[in-house]
Design a protein around this ligand. Sequence first.
Ligand code: F6P
Length: 392
Amino acid sequence: MNSNTKRRPAGSSRAKKPAPAGPKTPHGKKIRTIAILTGGGDCPGLNAVIRAVVRSAWILHGWEVIGVLDGYDGLIDSRTRKLTPRDVRGLQVKGGTILGTSNRGNPLKYPVTRGGKTIHRDVSGKIIENAAKLGIDVLIAVGGDGTMKIAQALYEKGLPVVGVPKTIDNDLGATDVTFGFNSAVSTATDAVDKLHTTAESHHRVLVLEVMGRDSGWIAIEAGIAGGADAILIPEIPFDLGVVCRHITDRKKGGSRFSIVVVAEGAFPAGGGKIYEKEPSETAPGRLGGVGQWVASRIAQCTGIETRTTVLGHLQRGGTPTTFDRLLATRFGVEAVGAIARGEFGRMVCLRGRKIVTDEISDAVKRLNLVDPAGQFVRTAEALGISFGRDQK
Ligand code: F6P
């Protein structure tokens, strides 16, 4: 052994403590405990991520895992639970999130009451403090763009974070697809299939309103797969006159029924989105009602009985599809891998068939929206589906 590399006896005053092996935080601390939270609206596959994180963290690294309850709220008031492999047994098939979630309390604009008045404060400092008190070395934040923006802010304030993208809306730009989306589209397609029965039997126009916020992915994919006759999406403001002509032409051609799939964020050209609850300074607003709005106008202009179904939270519930279970599981394992490699401030993403990581700050910059001139829209139009615009 080279005398320079010879180890000094332990306890000797000049002996240097050997640096602990294994992954460390950016502050040089050995990772022992990681935490996971789920933020934003629930969706199928969240539990599969939790299971994958807990199991791979224990099996590969022997890390403890803390589950944070109700999204960032649980870090504001220190509500957590320990998660062991036993706690996550069989979770891959279960919808929702065993940790609870919240899409209201933004810690960067947190509502607090002062002298009977509600004001909004940035409480992210408290989160960093509480995370340290709880012994959290790294936080895995599972959520959509809102959750990721908060994760980025916490990262900039010194908390090591890794992001996992989820949302039924599929609107995050950095990943080819988010988990939860495939399950939501399957539910919506099933609804289109079932609506065909009554539409055909009663010679009606049936309008299906689906979720998706500002993106039309659920509407366009379920609409094409289910064989809708018109699909209205936020990316293509629609002209109801065109939709009515399309339905009337179908009737003249012998098809006495029509199915219209409307994304909740769709709106008429020159008009605005329809909200169940208007947006405010601190909350994004709740979309809803465009299905009924469209249906009543179609009934007027075509004279055909037209009814609406609002699919709502059925799209967020139930067992994840095989695709979503696999994607969520892969994301969970790769998030733990990212921590082990010291890739903080990054989010796992699907690119092609591979899981990679990208900076959260980049990931939240670009929304993934349906391209009005893209392949999905062209495929639908080639099948004779109307988007409520004149086809070139
Ligand atoms: O982002 C998922 C989503 O389901 C959107 O499609 C929808 O607009 C929104 O959440 C509804 O949220 P909530 O259940 O809080 O009203």
